[in-house]
Design a protein around this ligand. Structure first.
Ligand code: KIV
Ligand code: ZN
Length: 519
């Protein structure tokens, strides 16, 4: 494989994906995703934005200390403080990249940064120069690049490359581009900037008009970019980012057209899609390409007949190649700790300590008592459950019961612990879930607004565990709580308490793009 036909996959699920309101993740959750991203063999993991909060700093640092194969990257605005913070968080990384950016469109410079083009030019130049003091691998992005004046970009990007930027990324920050124009835009920049051959060119597209993948691929084919920035499931603010799985499978499936190679192990795509969806609580639409539940389901009789005779009549990819395995019974009531531990390993789940494995095993045994067949998806949900990985939760569910009868108002009683102190509460509600959450709220008085409540069956059949997502907002902060249990009312209580725990512990963070800071 030559460098010219190697496409670098830069995953930003943990940074741009996480910027999506409600998708914020804990350090442990980010670490679990990072480990699976490494198994997927992405080239670069953008682990976060180290200077946005202490939590983000710690997450980037934990990922930098753990990941050995992929390059670990932190975002930094174009100022010394952000860049030093990124460098500090990345210090333990075997391979590190600092990604610094500043907005260059007239609108952003004038209204958001309140800076003149000359000040932005100088800020970009000095930021790259400063970042190079910490690493040879520096990426520069002109934010809102696609809506910037080409003449101004020629100047800024030439200077950034001169100062040592090794990757130049052109964001379509607001998802305004269309494929032909975006491809031509990148090509024009590469042609007009005299030292453009000294950097790898990268595309970064948002999906507001549903064209992020098409734009990225046009940037590659027409524009000559060799890095694509993308997220698992297309996670991201508003309509999301370019979806990793779609770009990777397009390039692999249509190698005849693209003529490019990616280093990705596609068999990890579905497991990581499920992990990201489970952790963030953002479900994958059933008809989503590659990772949607129906992506390989041939429902119509004609298609089924065709697939049975010769699978390529209607299938262009093999489900198993992207990691779809038929639901397999992996473990049951009689499975021991070693079998459980081995399955965790096979699924790429690394818990941090023996205490965590023990806690997860207790949870597994409890589930196996109530559910005869334990699938891979159940195990993922089990370890996603914060109560397994977090020993000292502020709010904890101790027990609960509820009753409902046709024509009667459902009643619920809960016993929870708040900072180690036991509390009992009762309430009635419109349904058993409503009654249970009201009972909890009557004790905790969180004052949080419920933005979303959703239930998904983790596997198939009525014995499946229900996975509940609860999204809460308070004082401008939005968090997701997740809970899984064969009893969906219990899952709902767990999800609600999980969200309350996040509201209780999460420190506010800076959004790199919304909160402008001048250099
Ligand atoms: O969309 C955007 O402009 C970004 C940059 C910070 C790369 O995410
Ligand atoms: Zn972005």
């Amino acid at each position: 494989m030559t460098d010219a036909n190697r496409l670098i996959i830069f995953d930003t699920t943990l940074r741009d994906g996480e910027q999506s309101p409600g998708a914020s993740m804990t350090r442990e959750e980010k670490l679990r995703i990072a480990k699976l991203l490494e198994k997927l063999r992405v080239d670069v993991i953008e682990a976060g934005f180290a200077s946005s909060s202490n939590g983000d700093f710690e997450a980037v640092r934990a990922i930098a200390s753990t990941i050995k194969e992929s390059i670990v990257c932190s975002l930094a605005r174009a100022n010394d403080r952000d860049i030093s913070r990124a460098a500090e968080a990345l210090e333990p990384a075997r391979r590190k990249r600092i990604h610094t950016f500043i907005a260059t469109s007239p609108l952003h410079m004038e209204k958001k940064l309140r800076m003149t083009p000359d000040q932005v030019f100088e800020g970009a130049r000095l930021a790259v120069r400063f970042a190079r003091k910490f690493t040879d691998d520096v990426e520069f992005s002109p934010e809102d690049g696609y809506r910037s004046e080409p003449e101004f970009l020629y100047r800024v990007l030439e200077a950034a490359i001169k100062e040592g930027a090794t990757t130049i990324n052109i964001p379509d920050t607001v998802g305004y581009a269309v494929p032909e124009l975006y491809g031509a835009f990148i090509r024009d920049l590469r042609e007009k900037i005299p030292n453009s051959d000294k950097a790898v060119w990268s595309v970064h597209c948002h999906n507001d008009l549903g064209m992020a993948v098409a734009n990225s691929l046009a940037g590659v084919m027409q524009g000559g970019a060799r890095q694509v920035e993308c997220t698992i499931n297309g996670l991201g603010e508003r309509a999301g980012n370019t979806s990793l799985e779609e770009v990777v499978m397009a390039v692999k499936t249509r190698r005849d057209f693209f003529g490019l190679d990616v280093g990705i192990d596609a068999s990890q795509i579905v497991p990581i899609s499920k992990l990201v969806s489970g952790i963030t609580g953002f479900p994958v639409q059933p008809n989503k390409a590659v990772v949607g539940a129906n992506a390989f389901a041939h429902a119509s009789g004609i298609h089924q007949d065709g697939v049975l005779k010769a699978r390529d009549t209607y299938e262009i990819m093999r489900a198993e190649d992207v990691g779809w395995a038929a639901n397999r019974i992996v473990l049951g009531k009689l499975s021991g700790r070693n079998a459980f531990k081995q399955r965790l390993q096979e699924l790429g789940i690394q818990l941090d300590s023996e205490t965590e494995v023990n806690a997860a095993f207790v949870r597994f045994k409890d589930l196996a008592d109530r559910k005869a067949e334990i699938f891979d998806e159940d195990i993922h949900a089990l370890v996603s459950d914060e109560s397994v990985t977090t020993e000292n939760e502020h709010f904890k569910l101790l027990s609960m019961r509820q009753s409902s009868e046709m024509g009667e108002k459902p009643q619920a009683a809960v016993v929870i612990s708040v900072a180690g102190v036991e509390h009992k509460a009762e309430s009635e509600g419109n349904g058993p879930v409503d009654a249970t959450l009201k009972a909890i709220e009557s004790k905790v008085s969180s004052g949080a607004e419920l933005l979303l409540y959703s239930v998904n069956a983790i596997t198939t059949g009525t014995e499946s565990q229900g996975e509940v997502t609860v999204r809460l907002a308070r004082a401008g902060r939005i968090v997701n709580g997740i809970g899984a249990d064969p009893d969906i009312v219990v899952a709902s209580a767990k999800a609600y308490l999980n969200a309350l725990n996040k509201l209780h512990s999460d420190a506010p963070r800076v959004n790199p793009q919304h909160d402008a800071v001048t250099p």
